[in-house]
Design a binder for this molecule. Sequence first.
Ligand SMILES: Nc1nc2c(ncn2[C@@H]2O[C@H](COP(=O)(O)OP(=O)(O)OP(=O)(O)O)[C@@H](O)[C@H]2O)c(=O)[nH]1
Ligand SMILES: [Mg+2]
Length: 239
Amino acid sequence: MTTSKYSILLPTYNEKDNLPIIIWLICKYMDESKFDYEIIIIDDGSPDKTLEIAQELQSLYGSNKIVLRPRASKLGLGSAYIHGITHATGDFIVIMDADLSHHPKFIPLFIQLQIEQNLDIVTGTRYSGNGGVFGWDFRRKLISRGANYLSSVLLSPNASDLTGSFRLYRKHVLDKLISSCVSKGYVFQMEMLVRARQFDFTIGELPITFVDRVYGQSKLGGAEIVQYVKNLLYLFATV
Ligand SMILES: Nc1nc2c(ncn2[C@@H]2O[C@H](COP(=O)(O)OP(=O)(O)OP(=O)(O)O)[C@@H](O)[C@H]2O)c(=O)[nH]1
Ligand SMILES: [Mg+2]
């Protein structure tokens, strides 16, 4: 049994319907496997009042389990992670989406794999083994596959799912990666793995099933795709 503590970062923007379910699931799976953990919710002033729900959940589960680190306005996902990490007290950080696309049942499996192989990073992959994507239309699948294909051609990394964001990091490894990453937006996740290879950090992959967000609106549009490709080319040219 490990004595490590795990800080689970949940960035939220308009996730009031998903939050109670994801918190319940995280606690269920983490309590069952007896790992020490905290959940850090970083809400960016969601107009749907996600923060109020988070406060109710905190009084229900306790402030040692649920830590609130809200910000006043929507400052973006990348900086939400950084903000969360500065408040994390764990030896390991788990990063996941709060929209139920990432099932908490995988977290103990990430942890087991990390322990077995003494890894620096474990990354969920939708594109190898039993991994997969459910609920996406053809367009969305094509974009994700295309983004992964393009980046694997340009960057030839050692991972099959570069754009996924369900991962476990050793704390000091994540600190180092974040301080060396330059990109924002969707490409950020990819740059983290590319830099990890540069620094010779060890990476393990765990096949995950990814389901489309349960409640709320998707915001992936043309502008995000254009930005992704621009950032990717920048990385290609500089890394
Ligand atoms: N704190 C914070 N969280 C954010 C921000 N943007 C997105 N999120 C959260 O980050 C996670 C991932 O964002 P998503 O909107 O699910 O992004 P996606 O999975 O690419 O797209 P869809 O699920 O199709 O909408 C979710 O938990 C969001 O609520 C932000 O600016 N600030
Ligand atoms: Mg999502």
